[in-house]
Design a protein around this ligand. Structure first.
Ligand SMILES: *Cc1c(COP(=O)(O)O)cnc(C)c1O
Length: 374
């Protein structure tokens, strides 16, 4: 089975992890900051806060944004559930905006329709690796004094109008799950230019304690204070060593993802029944996912899905619109019809295999099998 995504680990990665296993610090050590610095430098953000996974990173961002029981956060209907779950962790209410048909990114006009006096933030998602319409989103957040959180778990390495992911929102969230661009096993990060937000998130990931282990060590003191309620969302030095070794290979893997996407685009151009999502000219897509619509009267996505799986292609569907999940329907009464574009698109979309280490032979196998099944 060719998976829809997977990690690549080489001897250099294993050596980097080995080195930490033999060192004094397995967690809260110097490798954490070294990895944070590497990602901050790569993406041009001033501060980076490493945490235990992407969902924890979203929770940190919601906390730092000050989301509480009175607040609403606007999220897109098409995303992984963690985006909206993290609003609820803080007691806030997620409000679902519809998406744009051509790329399934949050639709700024739908965001404007969903604004209320309780709206505090917008959490947009760079779905599949295509950056959102940040100029429009920024205009809305500026006009209404809202915080912009980018769930960029799909888009590390992408650019929007020559500006890098990491500098496009007040806070940018990354995941290092094995299917994402680089991995630490489990892992996540928040990027921000604000020192104030960064400090809040550093405390939040460490029980709400005002000093971390490194600074206590430096200052020869045992004293610390808990100044607010936090969690243990730390990422280990073992994982950070893997991440720091992985990010060196990110440019190579990104260009591989882009060239696979280009091959698919070309191959399916004149094929009836498959309609890949389009990339705008002003972005450099990061292609976490390669998503296409299955179209045409006699073609049913679920049937095509089963046939492709039978041929050994690990195709997938990203995502069931979040507001249609039973938890959301039962708790918030979000019924079908709330986000018609997302609901319609969901019936047709399929994700084809794409990852940095994907071999030419497997790319050809995907193309020929998709063509023959269609
Ligand atoms: C992967 C992902 C997350 C969550 O990341 P984890 O590291 O798995 O917790 C959040 N949002 C989106 C859009 C993702 O793809």
């Amino acid at each position: 089975m060719i998976p829809y995504g997977r990690q690549q680990i080489d001897e250099e990665d294993i050596e980097a992890v080995n080195k930490i296993l033999r060192s004094d610090w397995l967690t809260t050590g110097p490798e954490v900051q070294a990895f944070e610095n590497a990602v901050a430098e790569y993406s041009g953000a001033k501060n980076a806060i490493a945490v235990s996974n992407g969902t924890a990173a979203l929770h940190c961002a919601m906390y730092a944004a000050g989301i509480g029981p009175e607040d609403e956060v606007i999220v897109p209907a098409i995303t992984f559930v963690a985006t909206s779950n993290s609003v609820i962790y803080q007691g806030g209410t997620p409000i679902f905006a519809d998406v744009v048909p051509k790329n399934l990114l949050i639709d700024p006009s739908s965001v404007e329709e969903r604004l209320s006096l309780r709206t505090k933030a917008i959490a947009c998602v760079d779905y599949a690796g295509h950056p959102c319409d940040y100029d429009e989103l920024r205009r809305i957040t500026d006009d209404n004094e809202l915080i912009l959180i980018a769930d960029s778990c799909h888009s590390l390495g992408a650019t929007y109008k020559e500006r890098k992911v990491g500098c496009l929102a007040d806070m940018t969230v990354l995941s290092f799950h094995p299917v994402k661009h680089i991995t630490t096993g489990e892992g996540g990060m928040v990027l921000t230019d604000s020192d104030e937000l960064a400090e809040k998130m550093r405390r939040f990931r460490n029980h709400g304690i005002d000093k971390d282990a490194q600074s206590r060590n430096r200052n020869q003191t045992w004293y610390y204070e808990v100044v607010e309620l936090g969690y243990n969302y730390r990422l280990t030095d073992i994982q950070c060593a893997l991440g720091r070794s992985q990010i060196k290979k990110l440019p190579k893997w990104l260009s591989r993802r882009r060239s696979i996407a280009k091959e698919y685009d070309t191959a399916f151009k004149d094929v009836q029944g498959i309609d890949p999502l389009l990339a705008d000219d002003n972005v450099r897509h990061a292609y976490h996912l390669y998503v296409a619509r299955i179209t045409g009267q006699n073609r049913n996505r679920d049937e095509i899905f089963i046939r492709l799986r039978q041929k050994g292609l690990g195709v997938n569907v990203h995502y069931i619109p979040v507001h249609l999940h039973p938890y959301y329907r039962n708790r918030y009464g979000t019924e079908p019809g709330l986000c018609p574009v997302a609901e319609q698109a969901f019936e047709h979309i399929i994700s084809l295999p794409i990852y940095g280490s994907m071999e030419d032979e497997n790319v050809s196998r995907v193309i020929s099998n998709v063509k023959s099944v269609l």
